[in-house]
Design a protein around this ligand. Structure first.
Ligand code: NAD
Length: 421
C-alpha cells in the first residue's frame, strides 16, 4: 500500500517507519521541514531506541514531500499523527487537526480514487464526526464512504519502547461506522496476532482517554499511598510489590515516585475533565489525579530542605527527560523542580543522556554537565529520571534525594531519602 503520514513527531515517525518495515511505501509530510530534511538524509527526526536501524533498512520505501496535496494524491491511505496539545483551559487545541483536515479535503477533492484517512492523534470523542469529517467534506466537495472514509485508530505506544510496542501491541482498536471503511486498515494489520477490536468511532476515541486516565489514576494513587508510607516509615515499593501480586490489580505501572509527565497523560486527563464537565458530569476522581500529580515534585525539594538551606548551594539534577529512553521533555517533572530550586536561591547543574538539547530551550541559564559523574560533585543530588546509567554511579559520601528508586544510590549514599520510601 502507499501511505502518507501527516506529522513526523514521536507517533508519526514510529508509525511510518515501522509500517515501511511491513513492506509498504511511505510518504512523510510535516509543516516542520527540518524533520523532513532529517528523514531525507536518512536520520530519524526524534530520539527513539531502535528506530534508526529500521529507517536505514527501509530507506528505499520511505520518502518525504513538502507538498501535502501531492502526498495525498500519490497514496491510498493518510495517517493523521499531528499534535493535540492542551489549550489554557485544559481543552483540546484542535488547530493542527483542523489544518490537516483542510489539506486532506483539498487533496481528496483533486483525487479520483478512494482515500482512507486514519486518525492516530488523540482526539476527544466526537472530534472525528463533528470536526474532521465536516471540514473534509466541505473542502473536497466529496461524500464520506463514497469517495473517502475516516477511521479512528488510537495509538498506545510508549515513548522509549515505541518500536517494540508497534510490532507487539496489546491490542488494536479500530473505530469505524461502516465495515467498508476500515478494510484497508484491517489489511494493513493482518499480520498482527493481537486482539483487534472494531467499535464505533466515538467509542474508539473514548477508549484512548480512558486508557490514559486509568494509568494516570494508578500512578497518582500509588503516589498518595507512597506519601503516607514515607511519613509512616514504610517502604511503598515493598507495599506495591505485595499488592501487585493480586491478579485483579497487576504490578505494572504501580509505583510511587514524583508523578507523571510527558506529552500524553497530563493533557489527556485535562481534556477528559473538560469533556466530562461538558456532558454534565463532575469529574472528582480525574481532578484529584492531577492535584496529586501537581504536588508530587515539590515533595522532593521539601525532603532536600530537611537536610540543607538551599541558598547558594549547587544542586545536581540527574535526568531531564520525562522518562528514560526518550529526549521528550514535555511536562517533565524536572521543570517544576528546577524552577523551585532556582526560586529558593540554589544553583543547578543538570545532566541527561539525550534530553539536554531540548531542555536548554526552556532553561538556557542553568549549568549542564557533560557526564553524569560531574553531577555528583555538587552539594546534593536529586534523581528525576530512572536512566539505567544512574544505577552505575558511585554515590558514596553523597546526599541523594531520589524520585525514582535507584538502588545503588539507596544502598551507598551518605544521606539518602526516597520520595515515597
Ligand atoms: P509531536 O508534537 O511529536 O508531533 C506532531 C507533529 O505534527 C510535529 O512534527 C508537527 O510539526 C506536525 N504538524 C503539526 N501540524 C501539522 C500539519 N498541519 N500538517 C503536517 N504536520 C503537522 O506529537 P506526538 O507526540 O507524535 O503526538 C501526536 C499525537 O499522538 C497526539 O495527539 C498525541 O496525544 C498522540 N499520542 C502520542 C503518544 C506519545 O507517546 N507521544 C502516544 C500515543 C498518542
Amino acid at each position: 500500500m502507499r501511505i502518507s503520514i501527516f506529522g513526523t513527531g514521536y507517533v508519526g515517525s514510529v508509525t511510518g517507519i515501522c509500517i515501511a518495515d511491513l513492506g509498504h511505501e511511505i510518504i512523510f509530510t510535516d509543516i516542520d521541514t527540518a524533520k523532513l530534511n532529517l528523514i531525507d538524509h536518512g536520520q530519524i527526526p526524534v530520539f527513539e531506541p531502535g528506530l534508526q536501524q529500521i529507517l536505514t533498512k527501509n530507506k528505499k520505501k520511505i520518502s518525504t514531500n513538502t507538498n501535502p496535496i501531492e502526498a495525498i494524491i500519490n497514496t491510498d491511505i493518510s495517517f493523521i499523527c499531528v499534535g493535540t496539545p492542551s489549550r489554557e483551559d485544559g481543552s483540546l487545541d484542535t488547530r493542527s487537526i483542523e489544518s490537516v483536515s483542510q489539506t486532506l479535503g483539498e487533496g481528496i477533492g483533486k483525487k479520483k480514487n478512494f482515500h482512507t484517512i486514519v486518525v492516530k492523534s488523540t482526539v476527544i470523542p466526537g472530534t472525528i464526526e463533528e470536526l474532521i469529517l465536516p471540514i473534509i467534506m466541505k473542502e473536497s466537495h466529496k461524500q464520506v464512504n463514497n469517495d473517502f472514509s475516516v477511521v479512528s485508530n488510537p495509538e498506545f505506544l510508549r515513548e522509549g519502547n515505541a518500536v517494540y510496542d508497534f510490532f507487539h501491541p496489546d491490542r488494536i482498536i479500530i473505530g469505524s461506522n461502516t465495515p467498508e471503511s476500515y478494510r484497508p486498515l484491517s489489511e494493513l494489520y493482518s499480520s498482527f496476532s493481537c486482539p483487534k477490536m472494531v467499535t464505533t468511532i466515538k467509542t474508539a476515541e473514548m477508549i484512548k482517554y480512558v486508557n490514559n486516565a486509568f494509568l494516570a489514576t494508578k500512578i497518582s494513587f500509588a503516589n498518595e499511598i507512597g506519601n503516607i508510607c514515607k511519613e509512616a516509615g514504610i517502604d511503598s515499593y515493598e507495599v506495591f510489590k505485595g499488592v501487585g501480586m493480586d491478579s485483579r490489580i497487576n504490578p505494572r505501572f504501580f509505583r510511587s515516585g514524583i508523578g507523571f509527565g510527558g506529552s500524553c497523560f497530563p493533557k489527556d486527563v485535562r481534556a477528559l475533565i473538560v469533556y466530562s464537565k461538558k456532558v454534565g458530569i463532575e469529574p472528582g476522581i480525574l481532578e484529584a489525579i492531577l492535584d496529586t500529580n501537581q504536588d508530587q515534585p515539590s515533595r522532593l525539594v521539601s525532603l532536600l530542605k530537611r537536610h540543607m538551606d538551599l541558598k547558594g548551594k549547587t544542586i545536581g539534577i540527574l535526568g531531564l527527560a520525562f522518562k528514560p529512553e526518550t529526549d521528550d521533555i514535555r511536562e517533565s517533572r524536572a521543570i517544576p523542580i528546577i524552577r523551585q530550586l532556582i526560586a529558593d536561591g540554589a544553583n543547578v547543574l543538570a545532566f541527561d543522556p539525550v534530553a539536554m538539547k531540548n531542555f536548554q530551550r526552556i532553561f538556557p541559564n542553568i549549568e549542564y554537565a557533560t557526564t553524569s559523574n560531574r553531577v555528583l560533585e555538587t552539594d546534593a543530588v536529586l534523581i528525576i529520571t530512572e536512566w539505567s546509567e544512574f544505577e552505575n554511579l558511585d554515590y558514596t559520601n553523597k546526599i541523594v534525594i531520589d524520585g525514582r528508586n535507584i538502588k545503588k544510590a539507596r544502598k551507598n549514599a551518605r544521606i539518602y531519602e526516597g520520595v515515597c520510601w
